[in-house]
Write a protein that binds this ligand. Sequence first.
Ligand code: SAM
Length: 262
Amino acid sequence: MREEEGATGSTSAVEETRLREGAVMTDDSTTVAELFNGVFQVPDPRNPSKRILATRNLNPGRSIYGESLVRHKFAGELAEFRSWDPFRSKLSAAVLNRLEHFPFAPRVYCLYLGASTGTTVSHISDIVGNAGRIFGVEVAARVAREFLENVVKYRKNIVPIVEDAKHPERYPAIYGKIKVVYSDVAQPDQTEIAVLNCNMFLEEHGFLFLVVKASSIDALKSKKEVFQDQVKILERSAFRILEMIDLEPYDRNHAMIVAEKA
Ligand code: SAM
């Protein structure tokens, strides 16, 4: 896929291959299509012959990181969508690179490690809705402040945890059944950190979304070797690997591993 096509998602290629079976088409099916629960393709406001990935804005009128807000009719009503940039969010990049497992859905509870300023968290917040929860862990105080002031303050379904993800025993705030752990901490021991958190909080048969940054783990090995090493660590820790997505061309040094807790 060419980079410029990928950023917006080519309408025909994406529509033909990515619409899940029984996907909900809207009253106006020529404009909005739902790929997964809460993940949409909408016309690109800059080029209406193309489409972009988007989530439905839980907080209409407010953009978080400069993403476009576009309004379209969906399921009989006017809805506002936020563009979901694959160059800014690795989950968006994974969806465009044909991710098959997508357990995020309304009412789902997630634990998110490495929340940063909340770019990806905000889209998951749109998807899980007000009956879902995202417990967002971030260790860097300055970054966490921006997360709190720019994202958490405006959304009821995010519980911020300013802590080190190496110490999950220090999160007093977690409650409910965690169906997904999403981990993006870019540390040398990122896989071990994710496993530690899953062992403590992830429900049986829950999902781990592990963003692997190859250069953070071993800059001397090829990225494929590093990705395979992480797969082995997960398998030894009783995870079943469901898929691994290379995030090129959106991100040259990352893969997303999706695994299920046995
Ligand atoms: N996931 C974010 C997104 O898509 O919007 C980007 C995450 S960024 C690559 C990695 C974040 O992990 C940084 O904000 C960093 O401060 C945080 N981090 C690194 N080590 C951590 C740790 N041990 N515990 C919690 N957060 C950590």
